[in-house]
Design a binder for this molecule. Structure first.
Ligand SMILES: [Fe+2]
Ligand SMILES: [Fe+2]
Length: 278
């Protein structure tokens, strides 16, 4: 089997990835930085928001809190690439901010107590997240897909909040977070284009694996098993297989200039079981 193309055996890719990272970082510094304590209207939280919304926020917070696993497991994989390592250092800072802001909202809005937050944290730290793909390229394409799906999760949640009585603080928070997620997606997508340019066949093999077997985290994974609570969350229609197909799968192919024929067949997305980086 041919060696997988990497930044180690292809200096042109490493150079390009480093430029992408510098561009990503400089843009983030200029346009995207926000502060949890100072930039959100914490006195405008809505304690009367539908509890199903708070349940979803809690689930997303839990997923963001898998940060120790996300970081510690991906860094050895991307270690040979300065561009990707530096990206993940910045990415980790942004993702840590997401979990801080979401946790603060759960507390300050009164939807969760300190004790409930502690229990949730403990539940998260007792579980371990593992990389869903064994190659660096598979992980790059997986992260690209996951970041777009995560952007949609936050954008759709924000729309539901606005339609269900509103919460100026949560809506602003979800806007900041979703803009970050979109930027993460764009970085991975630009890297993916580079790999396609240098090794189209090898990249498509990995893309097929990632897209056709994609798993989204179940948003109720870490919640209790109350059936009515789970159904209420489902009713919010924040993410579904249909949304994945029309707003992730097809746009990703278009962005990368890959045809559906090259991927062969419809994706087989599963909505349960894994937790994934954001
Ligand atoms: Fe992200
Ligand atoms: Fe995030």
């Amino acid at each position: 089997m041919a060696e997988e193309l990497s930044t180690k055996n292809c200096p042109a890719i490493e150079k390009a990835v480093w430029h992408l990272y510098r561009d990503f970082f400089d843009k983030a510094e200029r346009k995207r930085r926000w502060r949890v304590t100072d930039d959100l209207p914490w006195d405008e939280c809505n304690p009367n928001l539908d509890p199903a919304i708070a349940d979803v926020v809690e689930s997303f917070t839990a997923i963001e809190m898998y940060l120790p696993d996300f970081i510690s497991k991906i860094l050895p994989v991307v270690r040979p690439s300065k561009g990707r390592v530096w990206f993940y250092a910045n990415w980790g800072y942004e993702e840590s901010k997401h979990s801080l802001a979401l946790s603060d909202w759960l507390l300050k809005s009164g939807h969760r107590s300190e004790e409930q937050m502690k229990d949730m944290e403990q539940m998260v730290f007792e579980r371990e997240w593992n990389l869903p793909h064994d190659s660096h390229l598979g992980m790059l394409l997986y992260a690209m897909t996951q970041e777009l799906a995560t952007f949609l999760n936050y954008r759709n949640l924000r729309d539901r909040v606005a339609a269900m009585g509103g919460d100026p603080c949560l809506e602003k928070l979800l806007l900041y977070v979703s803009v970050d997620e979109k930027a993460h997606h764009a970085f991975f997508s630009d890297c993916a284009k580079m790999f396609l340019e240098h090794d189209r066949d090898g990249t498509i093999v990995q893309l097929r694996r990632v897209l056709n077997g994609f798993q989204m985290p179940a948003i109720h994974d870490l919640l209790d098993n109350s059936t009515s609570r789970i159904e209420k969350i489902r009713d919010l229609r924040i993410f579904s297989e249909e949304i994945f197909y029309t707003e992730v799968y097809l746009p990703v192919l278009e962005e990368l200039g890959v045809t559906r024929a090259e991927l062969k067949g419809k994706p087989d997305m599963k909505l349960k079981k894994s937790t994934t980086p954001s």
